[in-house]
Design a binder for this molecule. Structure first.
Ligand SMILES: [Zn+2]
Length: 87
């Protein structure tokens, strides 16, 4: 089975804290999740005349965590993002 995937994977983390929400240092909005965007390495090939993308074992590059309110880049590592959301 061939599934088309995209180079840029974007998904929302949805971690609910214990009531006290962290604030974005840029805009001050209370946020309990971050938007994350990571550049992943995919294999690209033609299959039955159609362009296809296939995931590889490579680690995602350029992972960035954004404030969902103002769009500012807040973190570049999961470790920092976890620390922020757990505060
Ligand atoms: Zn913000």
């Amino acid at each position: 089975m061939v599934r088309k995937l995209y180079m840029s994977v974007s998904c929302k983390t949805d971690i609910v804290g214990d009531g006290k929400m962290p604030r974005c240092p840029k805009c001050g909005a209370e946020i309990n999740s971050l938007d994350v965007k990571a550049l992943t390495i995919m294999r690209f090939f033609m299959h039955l005349g159609e362009p296809c993308y296939e995931p590889t074992e490579a680690q995602p590059e350029d992972t960035r965590f954004y404030c969902p309110e103002c769009g500012a880049v807040l973190f570049t590592s999961e470790e920092e993002a976890v620390k922020f959301l757990k505060q």
